[in-house]
Design a protein around this ligand. Structure first.
Ligand code: 3NM
Length: 212
C-alpha cells in the first residue's frame, strides 16, 4: 500500500524543529506542499512523545486533505498515536529492534522508512521490508553534523541495485542537485536548503522543478 503512493513521490520535505525559527509547523507544511513536496516528515528530536504527537496532528491536518503522507522520525509511539502514515527509523534504531519484534512493533505503519549509509545497509533494509530508504548523507551537512558523507558513489550504487524507492539525503542544495540526479537518484529529501530559504514554497518549487 505504501509503495504505490511512494512510487510517485519525488521531494521529501521536513518539518524539523531545529529549523522552525518560531514558525508554525502547519504553516511550514502548507508551504512545503505548495512548493510540490509530496511526502513530509516531522523531525522533532528534542520533543517528548506528547508534544511530538501534537505537532504531527497539526501537520496531518494540512497534509491529509492534500493527499500527502506524513512520516514521523524515530518515534513509533507518536506515529501510532497520531495516526501518521508511517515512521522513519535511523539505522541504529532499526537494528536495535529484534527481528522477531519488527512485525508487531510496526504492524500499524503503512510506510516504514530506514536510513542507510552503505550499499549493504540499503540492500538489507530492502530485504527487511522497508517501504523506502534514505541514502546518505550524500554531502556534509549541518543538519547531521559529524556524520561522514557517503558521496555520489553510493547514490550511483543504490540506483543500480536497490528496487525499493530511495531518497538521496544530506547536504543537497540547488547547487548540487544536478549531480545527485545524474548519479541516478530520482527522489531527494531536503531539510536545510528549503527550511532556511527566505521563501519555503519557492525553494521547494525550485527543487521539484528539477525532479520528475
Ligand atoms: N539524515 P539537510 S542526512 C536527517 O544520511 C538526515 O540518513 C541523513 O538535512 C542520513 O538537507 C540528514 O539539511 C540531514 O542536509 C538532511
Amino acid at each position: 500500500m505504501g509503495n504505490t503512493r511512494l512510487a510517485s513521490c519525488r521531494l521529501y520535505g521536513f518539518i524539523d524543529t531545529a529549523y522552525l525559527a518560531g514558525r508554525r509547523p502547519s504553516d511550514l507544511a502548507r508551504q512545503l506542499i505548495a512548493g510540490g513536496a509530496d511526502i513530509l516528515q516531522v523531525r522533532a528530536k528534542e520533543l517528548h512523545t506528547p508534544q511530538r504527537v501534537e505537532m504531527v496532528l497539526a501537520v496531518i491536518g494540512v497534509a491529509m486533505p492534500r493527499n500527502v503522507p506524513v512520516i514521523v522520525n524515530d518515534d513509533i509511539t507518536a506515529a501510532f498515536e497520531s495516526g501518521a502514515d508511517g515512521v522513519h527509523l535511523g539505522q541504529e534504531d532499526w537494528v536495535a529492534i529484534p527481528q522477531e519484534q519488527r512485525n508487531d512493533r510496526l504492524a500499524n505503519m503503512r510506510i516504514v522508512g530506514i536510513s542507510t549509509h552503505s550499499l549493504e545497509q540499503a540492500l538489507q533494509a530492502e530485504r527487511d521490508g522497508a517501504n523506502y530508504i534514505g541514502v546518505g548523507p550524500v554531502f556534509p551537512t549541518g543538519t547531521k553534523p559529524g556524520v561522514p558523507p557517503v558521496g555520489l558513489e553510493l547514490v550511483q550504487q543504490a540506483a543500480g541495485r536497490v528496487a525499493v524507492p530511495f531518497f538521496a539525503i544530506g547536504g543537497i542544495t540547488l547547487d548540487n542537485i544536478d549531480s545527485v540526479l545524474t548519479a541516478g537518484a530520482s527522489r531527494v529529501a531536503v531539510v536545510s536548503a528549503i527550511l532556511q530559504a527566505p521563501d519555503v514554497a519557492k525553494a521547494a518549487r525550485a527543487f521539484t522543478s528539477k525532479l520528475k
